[in-house]
Design a protein around this ligand. Structure first.
Ligand code: HEC
Length: 104
């Protein structure tokens, strides 16, 4: 019984720990998350884990034709069928740099 509680507790701590880490990154006001993490958290649900394999447009096709400022605008305000995405302002440059280096 005691051994079982210890196992249950460590599982809880393990899960809680990683969820808390992600939350802290998002909540911090300064740039804290790296590009891949930002992409996974904010974009991958629609555009796919690698940006090209989702239900939404292939970013390796879209990103090369857009300026950095346009990318920031699309992320912040949404465009057409894409909703505005709540990326912390301090993380936008990191995300845009990641998009540029990944998709061209
Ligand atoms: C809720 C789903 C969803 C999420 C989340 C999402 N997108 Fe999109 N995105 C779309 C859809 C749908 C379109 C097509 C919009 C249209 O043309 O109507 C699109 C289009 C785009 C385009 C092309 C815009 C153009 O000029 O045609 C870019 C670039 C883009 N998304 C980047 C991102 C980035 C970067 C993120 C993460 C910060 C993101 N998207 C998150 C659904 C999403």
């Amino acid at each position: 019984m005691r051994a079982l509680s210890v196992v249950a507790l460590s599982v809880l701590v393990a899960c809680g720990g990683s969820a808390k880490d992600t939350g802290a990154d998002t909540a911090a006001s300064g740039p804290s998350a790296d590009g891949p993490t930002l992409f996974a958290n904010h974009c991958a649900a629609c555009h796919g884990s690698d940006g090209t394999n989702g239900s939404s447009p292939d970013l390796s096709v879209e990103v090369p034709s857009l300026e950095d400022a346009q990318l920031e605008e699309i992320i912040t305000n949404g465009k057409g069928g894409m909703p505005a995405i709540a990326v912390p302002a301090g993380d936008l440059p990191t995300l845009v740099a990641y998009l540029r280096s990944t998709f061209g």
